[in-house]
Design a protein around this ligand. Structure first.
Ligand SMILES: Cc1cc2nc3c(=O)[nH]c(=O)nc-3n(C[C@H](O)[C@H](O)[C@H](O)COP(=O)(O)OP(=O)(O)OC[C@H]3O[C@@H](n4cnc5c(N)ncnc54)[C@H](O)[C@@H]3O)c2cc1C
Length: 400
C-alpha cells in the first residue's frame, strides 16, 4: 500500500518566540491543522540570559518545558528541519520524514558562530570565558562576574547581523553596578569592545548609554573588530582601521557572531545576493517574494530592522493578519513599519528602553511619553517583571 507523506495546512519551523506567537495567533483566529517543528525539549526566554549573566535572576527562571508553552490545539513535531523544497511544498526532517504543507512559516532564529573567530570557541570552554548569548555560558558568567574583585574584564559586542545586538551590553552595566555597590569598581578595569561607531545606532539612546559608560569608567573601543582570542595567553586581538591592539584579560564576556542556518539559502529561500542567507520576505508584509505560501518573521527573516523579541510582537500581528487574509482569498494588506525595541539594563534597578523604527526614529509606545528611552526605574520593572510575565502567559499563546 502506498503511504502518503504527513500533511499540515500550516507548518511552522521553529517553536521559539516567533513560531509559537504565530501558532497561538492563528489558532485563536480559528485556523486548524497547525504544526510546529521544534527539536528542543525546553523553551528558553532569551532576554533573561542577560539577567542571569548579570546576577539578577536564576537560570531556572528562564526555562519552561516546550510541551507546556506550545499553544493548545497545535501539533508539536519534535524534530529539526534539514531542508525545504518550496516548489514541492515539502520539508524534510532530521529523521528523513517528509512533511507537506499548504503554508509555511519560518521562524528558526539565528545560530551562534563562536567558531568564526579564531580561538573564541576554545576560550569559552575555559573558566574565564563567558557569554550571555548561550544559556550555559550565561549561567557560568553569573558567579564569574559576581566574584571578580580585581583585574581586567573585557565585554565584546558582536557584529550585525545579531539577535538584539545592543543587549550584549546588559551584563556589563549590571556587573559594573554590582562592583560599585561592593566598593570594587575602581579595582577592576572594564573594557568594552564593539564594531559599532558608538554605543547605539540611535543618537539619543547612544548619548544615554555613553553617560553610563562614563559614569562606570568603562574604557571603550568603538569601531573595533574582534579578530582573534588567544585563550592560552588570556589575550584578545582587535582591529580598528589600520590599528591592531592586543588586550589582556582576566575575564572575557563575548557575544558571538551569528547567522541564519545554512539550509535556508541551500533551500532557495534566501536572496542570491544576500551574504547572510536570511529568509527573503517583503519586510512590510513578511511574505516571501518568490513563494506565495512561504512566510517568515523574527531573527531569521529579512525584516530590515534591528532584530528583537519586541519586534516580533508587532511582526506576529502583521503576519497573522496577512496570512488569514490570504487563507480567506484576499490580498495581504497589513504593513510592518520596522518597529523594534532593545531594553538595556544600565544598573540593577534602571533600564534604557530603546524603541525605534527601521529609519532609526524613536518610536515610544506609551502615548505622550516621548522620553521613555531615558534611564528609568519604570522601564526596569517593565523589562524585569512585566514583559517576562507577558511573554510566558500572553505572547506565546498568541494573546499579545
Ligand atoms: C541573550 C539575548 C538577550 C536578548 N534580550 C532581548 C531583550 O531584552 N528584548 C528583546 O526584545 N529581545 C531580546 N533578545 C532577542 C530575542 O530573544 C529574539 O529576537 C527572539 O527570541 C527571536 O525569536 P525567533 O522566533 O526568531 O527565534 P528563537 O526564539 O531563537 O527561536 C528559534 C527556534 O527555532 C528552533 N530551530 C532552529 N533550527 C531549527 C530547525 N532546523 N528546525 C526546527 N526548529 C529549529 C530553535 O530550537 C528555536 O527554538 C535577546 C536575545 C538574546 C540571545
Amino acid at each position: 500500500m502506498e503511504s502518503h507523506p504527513r500533511h499540515h495546512r500550516i507548518l511552522i519551523i521553529g517553536g521559539g518566540n516567533g513560531g509559537l506567537s504565530i501558532a497561538g495567533r492563528l489558532r485563536r483566529g480559528g485556523v486548524t491543522d497547525i504544526a510546529v517543528v521544534e527539536p528542543r525539549d525546553d523553551h528558553v526566554f532569551a532576554p533573561f540570559q542577560s539577567h542571569i549573566a548579570g546576577g539578577l535572576v536564576r537560570a531556572s527562571q528562564a526555562v519552561r518545558r516546550q510541551a507546556d508553552v506550545t499553544p493548545r490545539g497545535v501539533a508539536w513535531i519534535r524534530d529539526r528541519v534539514v531542508e525545504v523544497d518550496p516548489a514541492a511544498q515539502t520539508v524534510v526532517l532530521g529523521s528523513g520524514e517528509a512533511v507537506e504543507y499548504e503554508h509555511l512559516v519560518v521562524a528558526v532564529g539565528l545560530e551562534t558562530r563562536y567558531d568564526s573567530v579564531p580561538g573564541l570557541a576554545e576560550a569559552m570552554q575555559r573558566p574565564d570565558g563567558v557569554s550571555s548569548y548561550t544559556f550555559e555560558l550565561a549561567a557560568k558568567a553569573s558567579p564569574a562576574l559576581r566574584d571578580l574583585r580585581t583585574g581586567t574584564v573585557i565585554f565584546v559586542q558582536q557584529p550585525e547581523p545579531a539577535s538584539a545586538a545592543g543587549v550584549a551590553q546588559k551584563p556589563m552595566y549590571l556587573a559594573c553596578d554590582w562592583w560599585r555597590r561592593i566598593g570594587r569598581l575602581s579595582d577592576i578595569r572594564v573594557v568594552f569592545v564593539t564594531p559599532e561607531p558608538s554605543a547605539f545606532p540611535v543618537p539619543a539612546i547612544s548619548d544615554e548609554l555613553q553617560r553610563k559608560l562614563d559614569e562606570y569608567g568603562v574604557e571603550t573601543r568603538f569601531g573595533a573588530d574582534l579578530r582573534e582570542v588567544r585563550p592560552e595567553r588570556n589575550e584578545i586581538v582587535v582591529e580598528r582601521g589600520a590599528e591592531t591592539e592586543v588586550i589582556a584579560y582576566d575575564l572575557l564576556h563575548a557575544a558571538p557572531p551569528q547567522s541564519p542556518p545554512d539550509w535556508i539559502a541551500a533551500s532557495g529561500l534566501a536572496d542570491d545576493d544576500d551574504p547572510h542567507g536570511f529568509v527573503a520576505v517583503d519586510p512590510s508584509t513578511l511574505r516571501s517574494q518568490s513563494f506565495a505560501n512561504v512566510w517568515a518573521l523574527g531573527d531569521a527573516a529579512s525584516v530590515d530592522t534591528l532584530r528583537s523579541g519586541g519586534a516580533i510582537r508587532t511582526q506576529a500581528k502583521i503576519l497573522t493578519r496577512n496570512l488569514l487574509a490570504v487563507l480567506a482569498g484576499d490580498q495581504p494588506a497589513a504593513r510592518y513599519d520596522g518597529y523594534t525595541v532593545c531594553p538595556i539594563t544600565v544598573s540593577r534597578h534602571t533600564v534604557v528602553f530603546a524603541e525605534f523604527d527601521r529609519d532609526l526614529r524613536l518610536a515610544p509606545t506609551v502615548p505622550g511619553w516621548k522620553t521613555l528611552y531615558r534611564e528609568r526605574r519604570f522601564s526596569f520593572v517593565l523589562d524585569r517583571y512585566v514583559l517576562p510575565w507577558v511573554y510566558w502567559h500572553l505572547i506565546l499563546q498568541g494573546r499579545a
